[in-house]
Design a protein around this ligand. Sequence first.
Ligand SMILES: [Fe+2]
Ligand SMILES: [Fe+2]
Length: 333
Amino acid sequence: MNAPADPSITADVSDEQRISDEERLFDELIANEQRIEPRDWMPEAYRKTLIRQISQHAHSEIIGMQPEGNWITRAPSLKRKAILMAKVQDEAGHGLYLYSAAQTLGITRDEMMQQLIDGRAKYSSIFNYPTPTWADMGAIGWLVDGAAICNQVPLCRASYGPYGRAMVRVCKEESFHQRQGFEILLTLMQGTEEQRRMAQDAVDRWYWPSLAMFGPPDDRSPNSAQSMAWKIKRFSNDELRQRFVGMLVPQAEILGVTLPDPELRFDEASGRYEMGEIDWDEFFEVLRGNGPCNTERLERRRTAHEDGAWVREAAAEYARRQASASALDEEVA
Ligand SMILES: [Fe+2]
Ligand SMILES: [Fe+2]
């Protein structure tokens, strides 16, 4: 057993000294690629950054269920319907792991949900685009889940333990999502002329928004450097975009689709892809709430939340009764 600390010694340690010791330990853990866990000391800015990032990520998973949920009743076969349902359900699960990870930082699920339905929280802009055809299910899986994988694989090594661990499972599922999207597009591209046109049209509409998912170029992304110093983020936005395009190019060839960027080419000298300019004005417009489906997505989320109130109340009441029943059992024993 450890001897109890001598109060005359600890009393001499000033608050300032203790904070700088804690800060040193935090810096050491980060430098040594070790993980920060919920009970560890962390700088307030690190905590706030993580709450913002993880809750935005959770909201994206949950809102991201809507564009695809839109096609569950109209999937072209029972097999496609079962696959799509499983995929949309996975996204709900991702949201739940991520809300749980954010809760370990001291924010409640209710607060996060309220921020989302009040329109105060952000989520990935890509989910504000519509899904008018079945080929959109293919393009979302291939491009949006594909971009999510590129973004999220490095997050498995994020310095905050609960976030990194949640990402490991999420990434396994995202990889299934990307393959199912690719397979939908491949089937369409091997079909009729009309099906091929539908697949190409969906790729044309989702390609640029999927590139924008990595965020603004490095010289316009002021928070990236701090996130990289804290080892939350491991690669810059532009590096991740390069990786993503590098993954897409050979897959587009197999599919027989054209990536809608006439300027896209591999530059042997620099070993990088050169690409056309992303329309950042459009990106920021959608982010500000003016995309084609922002209002509809939030409205649907708000209604679902209100309609689900009785479920939350019933679950809380059940938990309360279980707790008082087990307290009673303990007393009897
Ligand atoms: Fe997901
Ligand atoms: Fe996904």
